[in-house]
Design a binder for this molecule. Structure first.
Ligand SMILES: Cc1cc2nc3c(=O)[nH]c(=O)nc-3n(C[C@H](O)[C@H](O)[C@H](O)COP(=O)(O)O)c2cc1C
Length: 219
């Protein structure tokens, strides 16, 4: 496809959103049960990386960034992902204490969105998750100064070879001190189901004075 055909395609591409609907009467009692249900449905539907979410943060001056992370925990306390505490995203989280995350489930014509304050996951919980990661990912986390500039691919490979030597013979590699989980503790959780004619369903759990209320938003 030529560049101009691609540009035209962007203007004309339309998807009819008619796979489903979301009514107040079908919602689970809590945001986390509803999100767990949608995650389970996305997994059962065979979506690639159903737990991938776009994490948005802002720096101290309000400059936003976003990137994908994987949701690795979900319960009434919040939504958990793991990363490097010295990464750009963690610098933002340390500066503002706030994040949002959106699960993009395109084939189901759905998205779910959470936002609220963040807190570091307790080191024991981080260690328990770390232990489930394959050795290769563990070595990679030790080797990578996430978000820093590196001179070359060769430098990264050399770092990996170094940590591989360092942990040779070590059965249980510990988590790097600069690595761990963040928990987003939502104050707002939105469930979005595409509908025909852009009349989408948007149901929101919002926390007011400690109580959760459900509202419908216009699409
Ligand atoms: C599908 C997918 C899942 C990802 N999951 C994670 C993750 O769970 N944790 C993480 O630190 N980076 C993850 N990444 C890489 C991030 O998107 C990002 O490149 C990295 O964390 C550095 O981001 P930062 O420089 O904004 O901090 C993932 C990327 C993709 C495409």
């Amino acid at each position: 496809m030529s560049d101009s055909e691609t540009a035209r395609e962007l203007l004309t591409a339309r998807v009819a959103y008619e796979l489903g609907s979301l009514d107040e009467s079908e919602l689970e009692a809590t945001w986390h049960e509803q999100l767990t249900r949608w995650l389970a449905e996305a997994t059962r539907a065979g979506l690639p990386e159903p737990n991938a979410m776009v994490l948005a943060t802002a720096d101290a001056e309000g400059r936003p960034s976003s990137r994908m992370v994987l949701c690795k925990g979900l319960d009434d306390r919040g939504v958990v992902f793991y990363t490097n505490y010295t990464s750009a995203k963690s610098r933002d989280l340390l500066a503002t204490g706030l994040a949002s995350a959106t699960f993009p489930w395109f084939p189901m014509q759905r998205q779910a969105h959470v936002r609220g304050p963040v807190a570091k996951v307790d080191p024991a919980e981080t260690a328990a998750y770390w232990a489930t990661r394959p050795r290769g990912s563990q070595l990679g986390a030790w080797a990578s100064p996430q978000s820093d500039t590196v001179a070359s691919r060769a430098e990264l490979e050399a770092r990996l070879a170094d940590v591989d030597r360092r942990f040779a013979g070590v059965e249980h590699i510990p988590p790097p001190p600069r690595w761990g989980g963040w928990r987003i503790k939502p104050q707002v959780v939105e469930f979005w189901q595409g509908r025909l004619n852009r009349m989408h369903d948007r149901l929101v759990f919002a926390r007011d004075d400690g109580d959760w209320r459900i509202r419908r938003l216009a699409p």
